[in-house]
Write a protein that binds this ligand. Structure first.
Ligand code: PMP
Length: 473
């Protein structure tokens, strides 16, 4: 039972002493006061239980306070918390060896940081030093961090401040086949198949060519002939689980390398088996990046990040001294090592695949039924449900209607995330706990149907009933 500080006092403190801005990004009319977590569940200070389908933005990989990970943390906390990297301590080396074994050659050299922004900052620096070039390209709608450097990589207005940020960063059109200008375009060989469903032998789509054309145009107009790097997530997370045409990343990597640039996969959300079919998101695109950045799921919620790269790139970086007081500290390494073991033992990647496929199949049925569900996409347990005014216009469902959905879901005991440049995407990235059972999925299914029902009614009351079919009611 919770006997701590009152909710009112917490709100006062949040406004006075504690980054008041974060009050604005709470999804709900009244904040949710979370007190405790266990596996896929969270409890608020009033003892209400919630099913956590956002996992702290795809962070809690194997469940809140997973007993095995907690035990590993406790053991290390009693032995050694900190030493500088001047000394050699076993957890760092045990972890780096283990993490490196999850990557294909030549990705074998690891740098540990404390967050995703720090990892991307470091990757920017290494790419520039290695190539001798400066310019970096990212996708519009992306989020890669909030530090002054990574804010330049980030291309989502909500997270930009009017300061000189990320000098040398240019964005290109995100190959978003739903919201982009060539969204819903069809396979060249089979006009009835949309791009993501396309499985033709060529694996080549008209929209893919258009988006690759946009990238070429960015090269021709916005950057010097040689570039330092291209950063892309395998699935765009904060952008709303945006997936690209099948061959896009492979072709983009080739173009980037022709211009001297390094290809960097930001796996902060997609890594550690979240996409189900593979351990790393890039493997689903049949590419091998020059660098991979990680955070979030790496520590199951414990602050940590990492960059993995090739020995050749690491050699260019070794010309200076790079030091990080807390990066790779013994406690973080012991936790991260246990997270890797637990992912394997609990079959978290398989949970992503099985539960994710089921969830997406069921959500796709709702999409086919309801006019305001524009798109259901994603892979494994990184899922986006894009809400629209109607399917024809694809106008984003406005914030007030989205807000109703979030309130309803919360009232029904389900926490979900928000994504997309217009906040129009329901982002599902659940904790992959073994307790995340079929029964829970069934509950979610029932819940989502009710939410649809409620939202469509709200929409009609608001005077936008035009696109709705009778069967919605
Ligand atoms: N990259 C991606 C893809 C992210 O989603 C985030 C965080 N939302 C970051 C980088 C930055 O990570 P951090 O908040 O740990 O700095």
């Amino acid at each position: 039972e919770y006997t701590g500080m009152s909710k009112e006092r917490m709100v006062e403190i949040r406004q006075q002493n504690c980054n008041p801005m974060t009050m604005k990004v709470t999804y709900y009319k009244k904040p949710v006061f979370i007190h405790q977590g266990h596996m896929q569940w969270l409890w608020d200070v009033d003892g209400r239980r919630y099913l956590d389908l956002f996992a702290g933005v795809a962070t809690v990989s194997v469940g809140h306070c997973h007993p095995k990970v907690t035990a590993a943390a406790e053991k290390q906390l009693r032995r050694l918390w900190h030493t500088t990297n001047i000394y050699v301590h076993p957890p760092l080396h045990e972890y780096c060896e283990k993490l490196a074994s999850y990557f294909p050659d030549p990705l074998k050299v690891i740098y540990l940081t404390n967050s995703g922004s720090e990892a991307n900052d470091l990757a920017m620096l290494m790419a520039r030093l290695h190539t001798g070039n400066f310019d970096i390209i990212t996708f519009r709608g992306s989020y890669h961090g909030g530090s002054p450097q990574t804010m330049g990589l980030t291309s989502n207005a909500a997270y930009k401040y009017p300061i000189a940020n990320g000098l040398g960063c240019t964005n290109t059109m995100c190959p978003d086949v739903f919201r982009g200008p060539w969204g819903g375009s069809h396979c060249r060989d089979s006009p009835v198949q949309t791009i993501r469903e396309c499985s033709c032998a060529q694996g080549h789509c008209m929209a893919n060519d258009q988006y690759i054309g946009q990238l070429k145009e960015t090269f021709d107009t916005s950057v010097p002939s040689r570039i330092a790097a291209f950063f892309a997530e395998p699935i765009q997370g904060v952008g709303g689980a945006v997936q690209y045409p099948k061959t896009y990343l492979k072709e983009a990597y080739k173009l980037v390398r022709e211009r001297g640039g390094l290809c960097i996969a930001d796996e902060v959300q997609t890594g550690f088996g979240r996409t189900g079919s593979h351990f790393w998101g890039f493997q689903g695109h049949d590419v091998i990046p020059d660098m991979v950045t990680m955070a979030k799921g790496i520590g199951n919620g414990y602050p940590m990040g990492a960059v993995v790269t090739t020995p050749e790139i690491a050699a260019s970086f070794a010309k200076g001294v790079h030091f990080n007081t807390f990066g790779g500290n013994p406690v973080a390494c012991a936790i991260a090592s246990s997270v890797l073991d637990t992912i394997k033992e609990d079959g978290a990647q398989q949970i992503s695949l099985n539960v994710g496929t089921y969830l997406m199949t069921e959500l796709a049925k709702l999409r086919d039924k309801y006019e305001i569900i524009g798109d259901v996409r994603g892979k494994g347990l990184q899922i986006g449900v894009e809400m629209v005014k109607d399917k024809a216009s694809r106008h984003p469902l406005p914030p007030e209607a989205m807000s109703e959905i979030f309130e309803d879901m919360k009232d029904m005991g389900v926490l979900i995330g928000k994504g997309g440049v217009y906040g129009q995407v329901m982002a599902l990235a659940p904790c992959r706990s073994v307790l995340f059972s079929w029964r829970v999925v069934a509950t979610l299914q029932a819940t989502t149907s009710q939410v649809r029902f409620h939202t469509t009614s709200l929409w009609t009351h608001a005077g936008f009933g035009g696109g709705l079919t009778n069967d919605t009611f």
